[in-house]
Design a protein around this ligand. Sequence first.
Ligand code: PAF
Length: 270
Amino acid sequence: MKIQRAIPSACAFVPTMGALHAGHQSLITIARQYCDDVAISVFINPLQFENSDDYEKYPKTPDLDEALAHKAGATILWRPEVSDLYPDSPKPISSGELGKLYEGASRPGHFDGVLTVVNRLFELVQPKYAIFGEKDFQQLFLITEMAAKLHPGISIIAAPTIREESGLAMSSRNVRLSNSGRSEAEVIARALRAANDKESIGKARQELQNQLNNSNFKVDYAEIIDSETFAVADENTVKPRAIVAGWIEGIRLIDNAVFTFSWKENLVRL
Ligand code: PAF
């Protein structure tokens, strides 16, 4: 694996902010299914942090990043500096109305910052495929929309969320949790599973919110939406998805799960 500051060109591309874990490795593994050359970028993008403390405290593990990227099969590790990406001032990309909902409501400007950097990374690397995790579902949704408009030659590949044995979704932020915070965070995946076991969207929403509100997880939002539009889901929604965000020990955690509602498979609409 080559490590470089110069702009790479690669068939498959995995943009990251570093602090790699098994979730990122799974993105690289998926990228390798599409291409032999896979570039991974590590760039902590200041534009997407609305809170300077969060930006400064974002975990940095350069040696581990190198080892994990190499082991997962990346062929290039690219570590650009701000001046490599933006020799002039960045061309801002708007995330529109959807970028102001949910994650965007709590983190004003966050998705504009994400789209601005991803657009720039795409301009420079020009991959055929770019892989993003479903854990950041709203981000994935907005990037897919942006790429369809501005980079139609790039296929966005969605990669499933990787979870710890406890169900906790893997995230670079998890390392900032204490052991007890980590156990408390398990309520998120438990609540998502319990909601999925309910027999209607209404009951699922109630279960999700009850479980989370009765825990040490400080809920920001817990909603069931239509995966295709982000509208609030109702009983007729074909692909409902629960989305959750909040804080444990002041650390922001997010998760989501598409609902299978397996009992619905036995229903025939007349
Ligand atoms: O998901 C992330 O790590 C970041 O938001 C991304 C897509 C690399 C843009 O900085």
